[in-house]
Design a protein. Sequence first.
Lengths: 114, 113
Amino acid sequence: GAGVSQSPSNKVTEKGKDVELRCDPISGHTALYWYRQSLGQGLEFLIYFQGNSAPDKSGLPSDRFSAERTGGSVSTLTIQRTQQEDSAVYLCASSRILSGNTIYFGEGSWLTVV
Amino acid sequence: QQQVKQSPQSLIVQKGGIPIINCAYENTAFDYFPWYQQFPGKGPALLIAIRPDVSEKKEGRFTISFNKSAKQFSLHIMDSQPGDSATYFCAASQKAGSYQLTFGKGTKLSVIP
């Protein structure tokens, strides 16, 4: 696609429910990143994929968070047993190679846990 | 430990003014320093970036100044316009590992007519 596509754009869920957030990166981009942006805060790194493997999961805040990527393309971020502190915008980004530059972001999935 | 410190948190300038946003980093392994611009409801978009082998880079009205010895870099916006009102994030990354970007906490810029 033309840009990084994320869905849903908005999600309201009840505390304790599981949610899945989807990211479709730019075609041909091998690197994929998930970040979290809380209200008024900077961007917090969650996880990075190179192809289908995730060599860097260091940013996942707890074992309730997991992510996978299939076919070197679409990625899903899953949050189990959601808590109110999980409310944030979840941003996906992709880049062509591990060049450290030109990382393109999607518009994010706004998650509200009530 | 916050590896990239950004200031100020918010900034208000008049149209035509030159807002300056500053960032400082600690990790000397960082070798790529981009700035991102984010409008409400949108994802961050790459604005301009610099590597430590140069002290300044200019693209249009946007200029990055880089001071390697002080481990600081800044964004200057010349002839600022109301359309520049957005949140600006500095970031840094290194070649090793995942190339993940470490972001500052952002500066909300308002340019008033």
